[in-house]
Every structure is written in C-alpha cells, then in structure tokens.
Design a protein around this ligand. Sequence first.
Ligand code: G3P
Ligand code: CA
Length: 263
Amino acid sequence: MPAAGDGVGESAARSDRRAPSVERAIIAHRGLPSAAPENTMASFRAAVDAGARWIEADVDLLGDGTAVILHDTLLDRTTDASGSMYDLRREDLERIDAGSWYDERFAGERIPTLDEVVAFLNTSRVNANIELKANEQGAARTVALIDTVVEALARLDAEREIIVSSFSQPLLMTLHQRHPELAIGVLYETATLGEDWRSVLELCGASFVHPQDAGLTADRVRAFIAAGYGVNVWTINDEKRAGRLFDWGCTGVFTDVAGELSL
Ligand code: G3P
Ligand code: CA
C-alpha cells in the first residue's frame, strides 16, 4: 500500500515511514460497546480482555484544549451531563459520569483523556485507530486538534501501530501536510463514496480507506486494493460478513463485538 508520506508534492525523504501492516484485523469499535459504555476505559479494557489487538477511539478537544475520547459533540447521549463538550475544561471531567447511562455497574466511569488511552496502549500493547472528529470550531481549532493528537501519539512506544482517520477530508489533508509520517485512513459513508475516491485518497496521503459496509461490493474492494490501499470496513457485527470481507482482501473490520468474531 502507499507509504504514508507519498502524497502530492512531497520529497522522497518523507516517504520512508512504513504504513502499519494490517491483516485481518478485528478493530474494537469504541472499545467493546456490547459489554461496557462506549469510548470509556472500561470499554477499552473489556475489548482487550476479549482478545482485541486493535481498538478504535474518537477524539476531539474540550474548550481548554484537552484531547478527550468522545463520539458526540453533545454530552447528552453518553453522559449524565448535557450541552457541548466545547464548553468543558479538563477539571469538569471529574464530575461527569460517562457510565451510568449504560448500566449502574459503570457509575463513576469518566470521559477518558487521550493521554490516558496512550498510556493504556503502551501498557496493554495494543494498536489503535484514532478517529479525529470533524471539529466544529473553525480552522485554528482543527489545527490545534491535529497537533495535540500528534503530540500525544509521540508518547507511544515504537512498536505500537497507529492509523489516524477522519470523515473530514480537509482535516486529513492538513494532517498529512503537517505530519506526513502518520498513516491515514479516509472514512466514508456509503452515500459520500464517489468515483473520485482515488483523487481524495491521494490528496489526503492515505494508506487506508475506511468505507461503510452498506452496499460495499467485491469489485469496489478489489479496486481499492489494486490501487494499493488497505481497506478497513465499519461496522461489522456478523462473523459471516466479516469472513467474506476478509476473503475479498479487506485488511480489517471495525466491530462492536470484538471477541465474538473468531476469524
Ligand atoms: O471508524 C469507523 C467508525 O467509527 C466510523 O463511524 O460514527 O462510529 O465514528 P462512527
Ligand atoms: Ca469512530
């Protein structure tokens, strides 16, 4: 697959970093949301305990610039608080419960910081897909998100494998320009996966494409692979479908039920 750094207008010296070698990877989507509240340390621990070697986590910045793991900009669905994460500071995390909504057994679970997850990846020796959320606060904040995440990822042990992904193509292009050494995956919903995908992947300096499963065909996967990209598909909770995708040559599947897919 294209090495990270092979994008347009780059010097050869930048293309020496190998993209992660990903083969039939079961990527635990937001941890193990079938057993614990999504995107919490309990969820990531449960995924690793279930045998996952890759986890996926969503990242954006609080108002004070702290990088945290949260899927929605609004707090309402997955915490006991309401309103926007952009109105929070790091110290607010101590009073927000991110577990009770799921089950009282998880009362007191917190929204994790990215730093906590980086430490967890090092100690548990698992790899990660870090999804950068499409930040809603403008270009400067988007660049701050990129640089904050890259700074945190620099604390990972050398053997950890990382793919950074996003639905936001401008964000990924900016990430690639600023940090061409990072392996990038371009996320697509089926409705937005157009025939210009090759141009988009090249402009983003991607090594991977992360398409939604709905409507994905063997021909499309073959075209991605022929163009040199790894293909990680979301979200697959059915073992038979996962097996078929791997037979087509997909490199990974995101799943809510890591541990139940014995492939
Ligand atoms: O990375 C795959 C998947 O996480 C993308 O969708 O909405 O779950 O972040 P979403
Ligand atoms: Ca995600």
